[in-house]
Ligand binder design. Structure first.
Ligand code: AMP
Length: 115
């Protein structure tokens, strides 16, 4: 599979507005925001899709992704008002970049059902 743009962001080869980083995850603002707060949280390890996750192997990474989402939500003051976490998987899920990522969306009232 061809290298993704997110790998280049992890290596700091292309710029991104980084919000949070630790040894497991990197979080940066989406280039095409769909809400006042739209941050992508990605693992530093190359995992293409949700379907590639193994509970035993990747539990720590998933926990770190959710933890990063909570830290960022708090930073933007949307932890109490609420937010949405989205992971698109494969074609019907609307996945465009095949490096695992979680969208943190907030700062406005979300609608349901999603498009
Ligand atoms: P998905 O459709 O779930 O694969 O989402 C991929 C997201 O990555 C989209 O919301 C894009 O706007 C975003 N994106 C693509 N390239 C970049 C980039 N260079 N920096 C920040 N966000 C990006």
């Amino acid at each position: 599979m061809a290298e993704t743009i997110f790998l280049k962001i992890i290596r700091k080869e292309i710029p991104a507005k980084i919000e949070f980083e630790n040894e497991y995850v990197l979080a940066f603002h989406d280039i095409n925001p769909q809400a006042p707060v739209h941050v992508l949280i990605i693992p530093k390890q190359e995992i293409p899709r949700v379907t590639d996750l193994e509970p035993g192997e990747h539990a720590k990474i998933l926990a770190e992704m959710v933890s990063a989402a909570n830290i960022i939500a708090k930073k933007f003051g949307i932890d109490e008002s609420g937010f949405r976490l989205v992971m698109n998987c494969n074609a019907d899920g609307g996945q465009e970049v095949y490096h695992l990522h979680m969208h943190l969306l907030g700062g406005r009232k979300m609608t349901w059902p999603p498009g």
